[in-house]
Design a protein around this ligand. Structure first.
Ligand code: 13P
Ligand code: SF4
Length: 359
């Protein structure tokens, strides 16, 4: 067995690409049911081939919560997804990520101390009237803040349920950190855009109506924000009869101009259930779009805008760093472990379990 980090690194670097693949399959066979590899749909094909289960962030959270026998869970995705898996699994289970630096630019747009500052202002203006909801693309600390303050988490496929849950209680919603997903979901729930305010995280102040029903944190996904109504007009002109489906992290104008909008699992379903010969322009991460195109040879699947770049953090996961991670876990190394401290995990679990129970 390889002992030190240096030995593992040297061994993994010296293998050919083909040998890396073969060695990963050998280790998977050796670890058997002690290992579960979860993969998000935005991972590259060369990486997702090793996943035992694939899904969008909601499905993967559920799979992590339901995983009762694997001792090691390796997450092919980004850090907040691995943290979520750690929070939802038992203490004896360990969660790993092949590159600990695979973060999320949008999640980094909200820091827990900024959210607390915003909350203080909202509590002064609207005491006891606000429910905090955080998109899972956020730190464990922000999830814990929501759990502790009567709120919950949501993913793009459970945002409708989370908003209804809060609005039915006649409460205002503070939604962190994705302004677009928040606006799209509030709009779908029948909230007038005039009743939506924005929390300006750079200036620490509320912008918009004095008595809003929804307060949107001004964060965004730099990948999805690139898709625009102009991309939709251009694709409709070039491919008459095309159907356009986008992720709700796209701007409200883009979602309004599309035919369909939903989470990655929803997008996959739209394409899968459409008749042969359908033409789809998809506004989401390019790795998923390319995979859909390969898997559905009887349909034409194109990216809504080919100039939009892949998510740089999803790209950080490679077969070689997956191998390094697996060799490391066999040698009891801790470099790739994702572990949320128990106090934070406790309240974050409350927020996540609320999400899992209402959808
Ligand atoms: P899903 O909730 O659709 O999996 O999306 C996660 C994500 O990071 C989208 O950018
Ligand atoms: Fe974050 Fe956007 Fe990448 Fe998703 S696609 S992980 S939201 S930066």
């Amino acid at each position: 067995m390889l002992g030190t980090e240096k030995e593992i690194n040297r061994f993994c670097l010296e293998l050919s690409e083909q040998d890396v693949v073969q060695r990963i399959y050998e280790l998977k066979a050796q670890l058997g049911s002690r290992l579960l590899i979860l993969g998000h749909h935005y991972q590259q094909d060369q990486v997702i081939q090793f996943a035992d289960l694939t899904g969008d962030s909601f499905l993967l959270s559920r799979q992590a919560a339901e995983c009762k026998d694997a001792q090691y869970i390796v997450f092919l995705g980004v850090n907040f997804m691995a943290e979520t898996a750690d929070i939802l699994t038992s203490l004896w289970q360990k969660v790993f990520i092949p590159d600990i630096n695979a973060g999320c630019i949008m999640a980094d747009m909200a820091e827990a101390c900024q959210v607390r500052r915003c909350w203080e202002v909202l509590q002064r203006s609207f005491p006891g009237e606000v429910i905090p909801i955080t998109y899972v693309n956020s730190s464990a600390e922000i999830k814990a803040f929501c759990g502790e303050n009567g709120g919950l988490t949501c993913t793009s496929s459970s945002a409708d349920g989370a908003f209804h849950w809060a609005l039915e209680q006649d409460m205002k919603v503070l939604f962190v950190p994705d302004e677009h997903l928040g606006r799209n979901t509030a709009f779908k729930a029948g909230i007038d855009p005039e009743e939506m305010a924005v929390w300006d995280r750079q200036r620490n102040r509320l912008v918009g109506p004095e008595n809003p029903r929804v307060i949107l944190w001004n964060g965004y996904c730099p990948v999805h924000q690139e898709f625009s109504p102009d991309s939709i007009s251009a694709v409709r002109k070039k491919h008459p009869g095309v159907r356009v489906v986008v992720h709700p992290e796209c701007s409200c104008e883009t979602v309004q101009a599309a035919d369909e909008a939903g989470s990655t699992e929803y997008i996959i379903d739209c394409v899968r259930t459409s008749p042969a010969g359908s033409v789809w322009a998809v506004g989401t991460e390019i790795n998923l779009v390319q995979r859909l195109s390969l898997e559905h040879g009887d349909k034409k699947i194109i990216s809504l805008d080919e100039t939009v770049k892949p998510c740089p953090d999803m790209l950080k996961i490679s077969p070689r760093n997956l191998l390094r991670c697996l060799e490391g876990l066999l040698g009891d190394r801790t470099e790739n472990i994702v572990a949320v401290d128990s106090k934070t995990a406790g309240w974050a679990r409350v927020a996540l379990q609320r999400m899992l129970s209402i959808r």
